[in-house]
Design a protein around this ligand. Structure first.
Ligand code: PGA
Length: 220
């Protein structure tokens, strides 16, 4: 991954209408331009191409990420979006989010296949793990530590524990490590620490553009 750190990912999940998303991009884009790291937005998949068009037109430093990719290549897979279709639009793809493991029964084997698909087309997988014991596929550069008890609960992990788990994950490979789980403007600074936790993955607090901007402005 050659993008500068810290790496801040907004994961909108299945939220926001298109017009809400357009407002979001128009507000966050100019702030992302001055951010001395990398900002990635992962909107609902129908909005991906327009997100790229808007950011390129304005020369904003906003990268586009997919929330998921198919484990299959292009072909007869109704409802799926193949990595090779996303490659011209996205730079990143979230893989292995605990909501997908839980609600869509994604196994280690399925996640391995998704990672291989992403790597084939130079999409950088942001691979989510729930703890230091979660299996990490070959070829991963960016790992997001996201304890399940912290996701969407308003109950973040302690910075001490997040750092301890990140250090254990680092022992397995030279990863860029992100923390995710109830990150907000008033706690982001406690998590991001150079060479221990290199960025954050944000769900709920990324939906309101002003809240997200506050996170970007509070990170240093
Ligand atoms: P949250 O979600 O910020 O709402 O806790 C984080 C995530 O799911 O990545």
């Amino acid at each position: 991954m050659s993008d500068p750190l810290p790496l801040v990912i907004a994961n909108h999940k299945a939220n926001l209408t298109y017009s809400e998303f357009e407002i979001w991009v128009n507000k966050v884009g100019p702030v992302a331009k001055d951010f001395e790291g990398t900002v990635v937005v992962c909107p609902s998949s129908p909005f991906l191409a327009q997100a790229l068009i808007l950011t390129q037109a304005q020369s904003w430093n906003l990268k586009i990420g997919a929330q998921d990719i198919s484990r299959f290549d292009i072909g007869a897979y109704t409802g799926e979006v193949a990595a090779s279709q996303l490659a011209g639009i996205c730079k990143y793809a979230i893989v292995g989010h605990s909501e997908r493991r839980k609600n869509f029964n994604e196994t280690d084997e399925i996640l391995d296949q998704k990672v291989q698909m992403a790597k084939k087309v130079n999409l950088t997988p942001i691979f989510c793990v729930q703890d230091e014991n979660t299996k990490i596929p070959e070829g991963i550069e960016v790992v997001a530590y996201e304890p399940v008890f912290s996701i969407g609960t308003g109950n973040p992990d302690t910075p001490q524990n997040a750092r301890a788990v990140s250090a254990k994950i680092q022992e397995k490979g030279d990863y860029i490590i992100l923390y995710g789980g109830s990150v907000k403007g008033d706690n982001v600074k406690n998590f991001v620490e150079k060479s221990v936790i290199d960025g954050v993955l944000i769900g709920s607090a990324s939906l309101d553009p002003q809240d997200f901007i506050e996170i970007l402005q509070s990170i240093y």
